[in-house]
Ligand binder design. Structure first.
Ligand code: ADP
Ligand code: MG
Length: 684
């Protein structure tokens, strides 16, 4: 007996185990839940005489090889002619091995699966899957599952591993029968077995569309686990201590009286929601959503003032220096007159300035702190942090937001996140764990809607003339340079070039340039010059995408709009339409446009409603992409689809609440199965 041979077996299977592990398939549970992406129907044969009329369809048939040749024109290929009852079919293989020619030698009977096409020489299939038929071969009885596979993991191997896992797996249902029946769900075991091994007479369409009751059960279980996990986090949050900031003192009153405008009804409403939250002695976790220009900043400032009134510090973090600077300027101007100490901290401050800011923060002298990512550095310590505000929260990672929240000393500060990127309700409910949502669904009075035009990039000269005319009428204009994803340097270059050409073309206009590489002071200088009306035209990269607020700007040109995502275009466009003048946004595009680009730009032209844009974006792209890499991380849900399964989300949410109240053991068992090794469904 050869010991070598014996050794090689475990080695080989170890490699398989490793490969499976790389897909996260190390347990029977994981394998059982590794469900097929699709199925192939190999249970029936179509007679060739019928198959030749099924152009464009994938069919399986059997036929005998009548000729097998290597041809050299128009390029080297293996051409096999097969025949069944006098009907012929040509099989073409452009890349092939010598062994295939042997497998398909004249006289062999083949089982062939592929897409029917009409070629120059009649019916043909290109690269069909071919198997030699042996005496006594029977057709499979079930649809053949096709699994998501990884490198070096064949379907055969996966099927074997899964089949074996299914013999060992403990299928006990996490939902008691009575409950399951009320929910009109099929048993878990039945669902899983069916999905791996659907009988031939199963509704194939429902399987593919994932509307089959077996899919419904799996999706429901997944969503239930997610909702349970969210609710549990919510309970945990309520057990944490936070400062109660309920008092509206003299500072609040003075600030309210000095507001330059009356709050809209929607602002008033969300402010009430926030005030209720920060009065509680557990930490608020609220997302303030409001379309671009709806006036979120002032609401945040009012909340900050209340925190200060209660003797706590508030911090406001923004994703860009330009935005942080603008907040600092505007908010400081409003509240410094009342003796509030506002401190500003960004990465570009000089070392000494930073140190000074840090000292003010640590000693508690700084009552309101405004800045960028620099705020989350380890050496920034707060004396009495009561409220954390994150503007344009979707620009930050989860870890960054958490770091800032953890800067409270012995209490967790309240947290207010703001975003103009609207998150549809289902997404908010599922992706954003344990989050209350407030919506400002009304714009301040006196705004006129922005008109959007699509213009071929070829007509850039006309656009320049239009810019000229607008400037002479006293309007201010943004000119946004194209996004160049591959290279920031290239993007800068383009912006600089555009600045040079526009300056040459429009010698009588005062033109500024702003981009991410400018020093902070230079950026501020340009932004100030634009804000004060000194500049007619501001050439910019996407640094102005978020938050910038210059109400007199009423014309925006965006070059190569087809390169931007919808939410980004919406954000950019939101820089205009902030004053009472009618605003125009010109989207320049490079023809020809692809299908999706066309749809996107059409949406931009048709609506200025951010929620509508987000909804349609979701339709085109699906939620994963919609959220963007920063937010979605890995896809949280593997089976459920938030667009089509909304009814299930709601059902799962209701049950989760009920289970946690009345049947904790069921909740625990269900979570144990579904959370498994995955840490959590949470995105806080
Ligand atoms: P966003 O929600 O996009 O952050 P901002 O907070 O920057 O919007 O507000 C946009 C503009 O609207 C600012 O110039 C702000 O001063 C103004 N604004 C906010 N609320 C009101 C209001 N209730 N009435 C009039 N103008 C308002
Ligand atoms: Mg804003």
């Amino acid at each position: 007996m050869s010991t070598n041979k014996k050794k090689s077996t475990p080695n080989k299977s170890l490699r398989t185990v490793d490969k499976l592990a790389r897909l996260g398939l190390s347990t029977d549970l994981a394998l059982a839940l590794h469900l097929p992406m699709r199925y192939e129907d190999e249970t029936t044969l179509t007679p060739l005489s019928e198959a030749v009329r099924m152009q464009g369809h994938t069919v399986q048939l059997e036929a005998v090889v009548s000729a097998c040749d290597v041809q050299y024109r128009p390029r080297r290929q293996l051409v096999v002619t097969v025949e069944d009852q006098g009907v012929e079919l040509t099989l073409r293989f452009l890349n092939f091995y010598g062994s295939q020619a042997v497998q398909m030698a004249e006289g062999k009977r083949l089982r062939i699966r592929g897409e029917m096409r009409y070629g120059f020489f009649g019916s043909e299939m290109v690269h069909p899957v071919v198997k030699t038929v042996q005496e006594g071969d029977v057709l499979p009885q079930a649809l053949t599952p096709v699994y998501p596979a990884g490198e070096g993991l064949s379907q055969t191997l996966l099927r074997k591993a899964i089949t074996s896992a299914l013999t060992r797996f403990d299928f006990s249902d996490t939902l008691p029968d009575a409950l399951r029946t009320t929910l009109q769900l099929i048993p878990f075991e039945q669902a899983i077995r069916l999905l791996h091994n659907p009988p031939a007479d199963c509704d194939e369409y429902a399987l593919m569309e994932r509307t089959h009751p077996a899919w419904t059960r799996v999706k429901f279980d997944e969503l239930l686990a997610q909702q349970l996990s969210m609710k549990r986090a919510q309970v945990a949050r309520r057990q944490q201590g936070a400062p109660s900031l309920g008092m509206e003192g003299s500072l609040c009153r003075a600030f309210n009286a000095a507001l330059p405008f009356a709050l809209t009804g929607a602002q008033q409403r969300v402010l009430t929601e926030i005030r209720r939250d920060i009065t509680a002695s557990y930490p608020m976790q609220r997302l303030l959503q409001g379309d671009v220009g709806s006036g979120k900043t002032i609401v945040a400032a009012l909340a900050a003032v209340q925190a200060i009134d209660n003797g706590y510090q508030a911090v406001l973090m923004a994703p860009t220096e330009i935005l942080a600077e603008q907040h600092f300027r505007k908010i400081a101007a409003l509240i410094e007159p009342f003796g509030v100490q506002v401190v500003w901290l960004t990465g570009s401050l000089k070392k000494r300035e930073k140190e000074a800011a840090r000292e003010l923060i640590e000693s508690g002298t700084a009552q309101l702190v405004i800045g960028t990512h620099a705020l989350i550095q380890e050496d920034v310590l707060f004396a009495r942090l009561g409220l954390v505000i994150v503007d344009e929260q979707h620009r930050f990672g989860v870890a960054q937001r958490l770091t800032l929240r953890n800067k409270g000393v012995d209490q967790i500060p309240h947290q207010l996140m703001m975003s103009a990127t609207p998150i549809p309700r289902t997404l908010a409910m599922t992706y954003y764990a344990d989050l209350e949502v407030s919506v400002i669904d009304e714009l301040p009075p006196g705004r006129t809607p922005i008109m959007t035009r699509l213009i071929d990039q070829d007509r850039r000269d006309e656009v320049i003339e239009r810019v000229h005319a607008a400037a002479l009428e006293g309007k201010q204009i943004y000119w946004v340079c194209p996004l160049i994803e591959e290279s920031e340097a290239l993007q800068l270059q383009t912006a600089t070039d555009t600045y040079v050409t526009l300056t040459a073309a429009l010698p009588d206009l005062r033109i500024g340039l702003v981009h991410g590489r400018l020093k902070t002071a230079e950026k501020q200088q340009v932004m100030d010059a634009f804000a004060s009306g000194e500049l007619h035209l501001l050439v910019a990269t996407t640094v102005i995408e978020v938050g910038v607020d210059v109400p007199n700007a009423s014309l925006m040109v965006i070059e190569h709009a087809e390169r931007f995502g919808l939410s980004q275009l919406h954000q950019l466009r939101g820089r205009v339409g902030r004053g009472s003048a009618a605003s125009v946004c010109l989207l320049l595009y490079q023809a020809p446009l692809g299908m999706i680009a066309k749809q996107r730009l059409a949406i931009m032209r048709e609506t200025t409603d951010g929620f509508e844009i987000a909804r349609r974006d979701l339709e085109i792209r699906g939620p994963g992409e919609f959220l963007g890499a920063r937010q979605s991380g890995q896809a949280m849900l593997r089976f459920a689809n938030l667009e089509t399964d909304q009814w299930l989300v709601e059902k799962a949410r209701d049950l989760a609440a009920d289970l946690l109240l009345h049947q904790k053991d069921i909740a625990e068992a269900h979570l144990a199965r579904w959370l498994g090794s995955r840490e959590d469904f949470l995105r806080v």
